[in-house]
Design a protein around this ligand. Structure first.
Ligand code: PGA
Length: 241
């Protein structure tokens, strides 16, 4: 496990973008596991800036997103499809055929989960997985539970996740209560994992995730076992370490 402390959110974002950029330069046909949420926004912004300067080429990259709400159309402004296009894909030269997110609108959600795992398998696996962490310790939408779920699955979001995501919706009632997420095995099979974390509200859970017991009650704790795991956090997030 490697820890890098950044002075602030922008510095954290630049450091994370540096690692992603190095990955794509070294292996142009990289498979990137990507995340949504407030944390990676600055990282995507930085990558877009470097792309526009001509410093990075995403034309051969494949992207695999971690999760998607169930029941929101791709055009819904709070869907993760929309988020990723609005905040990243529309501004870089990634091939649209190489962009993948779970299908939260599928009639047969079980089949959608199986198909997503097969697709990830067909890409040859994720080279670099970008992650945020929820205040309840979730990664992707793998919520605290009795066991680590290995594969892509449907999940009921916890109260704390619904509350935390209410900031993106007009009211708590409008936050979807279910989502599709890749499983813990898929995340752990990524060749490299990059966790980014900022803010005081993540300080306690980050400490527990990195130095506490490895338990499905805190899904991010399993990252301690990954052989190539990097954490970049700002001073506030690292304040309890
Ligand atoms: P956030 O979410 O980046 O919006 O804090 C992180 C997460 O839920 O994984």
């Amino acid at each position: 496990m490697r820890l890098y402390k950044a002075g602030n959110y922008n510095e954290m974002s630049r450091m994370a973008a540096n690692i992603i950029s190095a990955q794509v330069i070294i292996k142009p046909a990289s498979v990137l596991g990507l995340a949504t949420g407030g944390t990676p926004l600055g990282t995507y912004k930085q990558l877009i800036e470097w792309y526009k300067k001509g410093d990075i080429d995403f034309s051969e990259v494949t992207s695999i997103n971690l999760d998607e709400y169930i029941g929101l159309s791709n055009a819904h402004r709070q869907s993760y499809h929309y988020f990723m296009h609005e905040n990243f894909f529309n501004h870089i030269n990634i091939n649209p055929n190489n962009i993948h997110l779970p299908d939260g609108t599928a009639n047969d959600l079980e089949k959608a989960c199986i198909d997503y795992d097969a697709l990830i398998n067909d890409t040859g696996g994720i080279d670099l997985q970008l992650l945020g962490i929820g205040t309840d310790g979730h990664i992707g939408f793998n919520e605290p539970g009795p066991a680590f779920e290995p594969t892509t699955h449907v999940v009921s979001l916890t109260e704390s996740t619904i509350k935390s995501n209410t900031r993106f919706f007009s009211s708590e009632e409008n936050v979807p209560k279910k989502a599709i997420t890749v499983g813990i095995r898929t995340i752990m099979q990524a060749k490299k994992i990059l966790l980014i974390v900022n803010g005081n509200n993540k300080a306690d859970i980050l400490k527990e995730a990195l130095y506490g017991c490895i338990t499905p009650a805190l899904p991010a704790s399993i990252l301690q076992l990954h052989p190539d795991f990097t954490v970049i956090g700002d001073e506030e997030a690292f304040s309890k370490l």
